[in-house]
Design a protein around this ligand. Structure first.
Ligand code: FES
Length: 276
């Protein structure tokens, strides 16, 4: 008769922290540095309250979109005046420096990324050492997973995805507006290309989300009766394989887009014009 051993109630008692010989610290340390630098940059810029819009070419940084402060209207840069606000300005000018101009979108975008499967893996490893890497013992005494408060809130990711989808539409509109020339007609500058590239990457990140994959192809008994959804599911599954990469790249593209707009809006550099 075969005896089946009961699952161990405690963790394996191994003296060494890990038997791994490779440089397993590289991933958590690099992630820690990149994420910390990004959060500092994004926080400073979100509360800065200046250098967010180039009226001449309609360049609006994604960190201020949608722009809801009274200051978003009548922005003057280099002799040109324009409005960055397209969805109302219900934040009084006095809140500048205290409340980000994009107070409606930023919290959702933050929660969307915070609950993203990729970021969860990344910050569990690099900030909480839970664990730092595969086959490396963690410092915590016990593991409760994501079954309790506050981590049970990670389940809200699917709803934050809906908000992120709507915000990506707004960012798309910002990119379309950036095709604006010197004489008021059609024009393309380096800023246009940067904002368009950023929005394309944001869409790739948003649409490659695991929740999106479920929205598109989940809860179906068979695909044969839903050929369109099957097609979409196949496409989302394809880009889903690179979701982690898009998560990282968009951190960079957001900074590049914001920095470029900030430099042009503060007259530090001039926009490189390609057409008009
Ligand atoms: Fe990363 Fe949804 S899993 S955005």
């Amino acid at each position: 008769m075969t005896t089946v051993e009961a699952p161990a109630k405690s963790r394996a008692q191994i003296k060494e922290r890990t038997l791994r010989k490779d440089n397993w610290r590289l991933y958590p340390v690099t992630t820690f540095v990149i994420f910390t630098a990004w959060v500092v940059y994004a926080t400073v810029r979100a509360f800065w309250g200046a250098a967010f819009y180039v009226p001449e070419f309609h360049y609006l940084t994604p960190f201020y979109s949608p722009c809801l402060n009274e200051i978003c209207n009548n922005v003057t840069v280099d002799g040109h005046t324009g409005d960055a606000a397209e969805f109302g300005t219900f934040l009084p000018a006095a809140t500048r420096g205290w409340i980000p101009f994009a107070a409606i979108s930023l919290p959702f975008l933050l929660l969307f990324r915070l609950t993203c499967y990729y970021y969860r893996k990344a910050y569990y490893r690099s900030f909480w050492a839970s664990p730092s890497a595969c086959a490396v013992r963690e410092p915590h005494g016990k593991y409760t997973g994501e079954r309790r408060f506050p981590l049970i809130g990670q389940n809200l990711h699917r709803y934050f995805w809906l908000a992120a989808f709507a915000i990506s539409l707004i960012n798309t509109w910002d990119a379309v507006r950036a095709f604006h020339g010197k004489d008021g007609g059609f024009g393309i500058g380096l800023g246009t290309i940067i904002l368009v590239a950023n929005v394309v990457l944001l869409w790739l990140y948003t649409l490659s989300c695991h929740s999106c994959r479920h929205v598109v192809g989940g809860r179906l008994k068979n695909f044969s009766k839903h050929p369109f959804r099957y097609r979409m599911w196949g496409w989302v599954s394809k880009i889903n394989q690179r979701h982690g990469m898009y998560a990282l790249i968009t951190l960079g593209s957001l900074v590049v887009a914001d920095l470029y707009v900030a430099l042009v809006a503060s007259n530090t550099i001039s926009d490189l014009r390609i057409f008009n």
